[in-house]
Each structure stands twice: as C-alpha cells, then as structure tokens.
Design a binder for this molecule. Structure first.
Ligand SMILES: [Zn+2]
Length: 150
C-alpha cells in the first residue's frame, strides 16, 4: 500500500465532531490487558493473550454513539469477538475516524502507527478477508500521541 494524498481520514481529536454528527464511521477502541490470560473467543476457541494494549478497528454505518457506548460496557451479551476480550480489559479510549476508508486498511495503518502486530489471525474479521482487526502492541506511548500520528 503506497501513501495517498487524499481520501485518508485524519484521525485525531480535532476531527471528532464529523463522525459524531453523522453518527457513523470507523473507530479504534483501545483496551489494556493487565496480565497474560487465556480467553475463549467464540468460535475462534481459547486464545492466550499477552499483557499489553489491544486496538480494535471497527465501523458502524449507523448508531456509532450507541456502538461506542456498548464497547465501553464490560458486561453484555457476547456477540462479537471483541466482546469476549473486553470483559478482561481496562477501557483506555476510542478514536473516531471518517468513513472514507475501509476497516481493513485502517487496521493496517494502526499496525504501522503503533508498531504492533495482528493479535490473532482473523480476529474481528469474520466479514472480510484481511489478517484481522485486533492489533496488539506491548506498550503504546501516549494514547493521544499515537492517534495523532496514524
Ligand atoms: Zn478486515
């Protein structure tokens, strides 16, 4: 993937009003797992997760606010892969983005930005063919700084 001059959503706190107005768009949820843990992730089975930061890339074509509120809640019916690990993690924050980029390419950019790696193949990627939408990074610098640079 080369760099593009246009079409890239700029992900930073100054851009937050846009997705909030349309109530739709891409987002990155950042979670932190305090210690190594084996967690059953739906049909993916039991996975051992290392302590560190987990960044989940998702999108909502509508009801973005409700979706984010749902990600914040620890207890809920387990529907998506991310719900299974969310229960064991601290919620660090969420970054919103415009919708003119696919989740998969945003995930690739997040990987580069935090010098991370796919946490587990196909995690959160049931509806597409990419490597996965959950990114692991042992330590991300400052949360804000990280997203300003994506
Ligand atoms: Zn994907």
């Amino acid at each position: 993937m080369g760099s593009r001059n246009s079409g890239n959503p700029r992900i930073c706190s100054h851009q937050i009003p846009d997705p909030l107005i349309t109530d739709s768009g891409l987002y990155v949820v950042t979670l932190r797992l305090g210690r190594k843990k084996r967690i059953r992730i739906g049909k993916l089975g039991v996975i051992e997760f290392q302590p560190g930061c987990y960044l989940y890339v998702g999108s909502a074509s509508k009801n973005l606010r409700k979706r984010i509120e749902r990600h914040k809640r620890r207890e809920k019916p387990l529907q998506w892969h991310i719900d299974y690990i969310r229960r064991h993690c601290r919620f660090i924050g969420v970054t919103l983005a415009g919708i003119d980029e696919g989740e998969c390419s945003l995930a690739e950019r997040v990987i580069r930005s935090v010098d991370g790696k796919i946490a587990y193949p196909r995690f959160g990627a049931s509806d597409c063919n990419c490597a996965g939408h959950l990114i692991f990074s042992e330590e991300i610098k400052s949360w804000k700084e990280t997203f300003l640079s994506i």
